[in-house]
Design a protein around this ligand. Structure first.
Ligand SMILES: Nc1ncnc2c1ncn2[C@@H]1O[C@H](COP(=O)(O)OP(=O)(O)OP(=O)(O)O)[C@@H](O)[C@H]1O
Length: 260
């Protein structure tokens, strides 16, 4: 099935189980080109599992997903990265002892052409590509608002800068879809405001964003549409105001102790 042209990602009846646990049950949703799509739900609702399915870390048990008009079944993470899906993780996963610049350069890998041989023999094409990689990494550091010297080790950046560096590394892959797993987790109010502005800038540049977030204020103020998962099922979807008032959503959060 070819999705309508503005559907960048389309999940159809996706199911995923771990032994007796149903992490995703018959989940169908689509994400439109150019929107910020929020995914919320109580702890254990299946949000990260959905991310892991669409980034190839987990294989789905049933259903299908299409990305940019192509069906992906049993696809490896690096192929999905090449297809244009980039992600960050719930816990920061930077190379702590590499510089901020080098962390971003690693992210360019899916888009480089000369490969390991070229790098080892250092022929002209490989040297030109490396210059481009460094240049693009510098631009991305500026783009996400990291102002420290580029050689600063990742571990010496502030918490908010480390989170933004992860986003820069994901952007280095030139994604069509940027999937962010709780990017505001642990941020203070000032850092969250800066993150919100960055995500708006990313959307304005034409990149579609899929966002898991427990900060409901951020989700409601930022997302074009929101889906709510509960016990692996999609219980609501719509514009933020609609979803906020949905009785099933209110019940799920009150029942789950309103962790968000
Ligand atoms: N690798 C795994 N092995 C076994 N069970 C898993 C695995 N990954 C997730 N689960 C289970 O699947 C369910 C959904 O988990 P998931 O991490 O996707 O939820 P979540 O909505 O992201 O939760 P949180 O907000 O706490 O991160 C949970 O019951 C979880 O224990």
């Amino acid at each position: 099935m070819t999705p309508p042209s503005d559907h960048l990602l389309e999940l159809t009846s996706v199911g995923k189980h771990f032994g007796g646990v149903t992490a995703l049950a018959d989940v169908s949703l689509h994400i439109r080109q150019g929107e910020i799509y929020g995914l919320i739900g109580p702890n254990g609702a299946g949000k990260t599992t959905l991310f892991n399915v669409v980034t190839g870390l987990y294989q789905l048990d049933s259903g299908s997903f299409d990305f940019a008009g192509q069906r992906y079944m049993r696809c490896k993470p690096h192929l999905l990265a090449q297809a244009g899906i980039a992600r960050t993780f719930q816990n920061i996963r930077l190379f702590a002892n590499m510089s901020a610049l080098e962390n971003i350069m690693v992210g360019r890998h899916p888009r480089t052409r000369t490969g390991i041989w070229g790098a080892l023999t250092r022929h002209a094409a490989a040297r030109a590509e490396e210059r481009d990689t460094v240049q693009r990494a510098r631009e991305l550091l500026d783009y996400v608002g990291i102002e420290c010297p580029h050689q600063t080790l990742a571990k010496h950046l502030s918490y908010g800068e480390q989170r933004r560096l992860e986003i820069a590394r994901a952007l280095a892959t030139e994604p069509k879809l940027l999937a962010l797993d709780e990017p505001a987790a642990g941020m203070n109010a000032t850092e969250t405001v800066a993150l919100k502005a960055l995500l708006q800038k990313i959307r304005a540049s034409g990149i579609t964003v899929l966002l898991i977030e427990h900060d409901v204020k951020l989700i409601m103020g930022l997302c074009d549409r929101v889906a709510v998962l509960d016990y692996g099922k999609k219980i609501a979807e719509g514009v933020p105001e609609e979803v906020r008032r949905d009785p099933a959503v209110i019940a799920a959060y009150l029942g789950g102790g309103e962790s968000t």
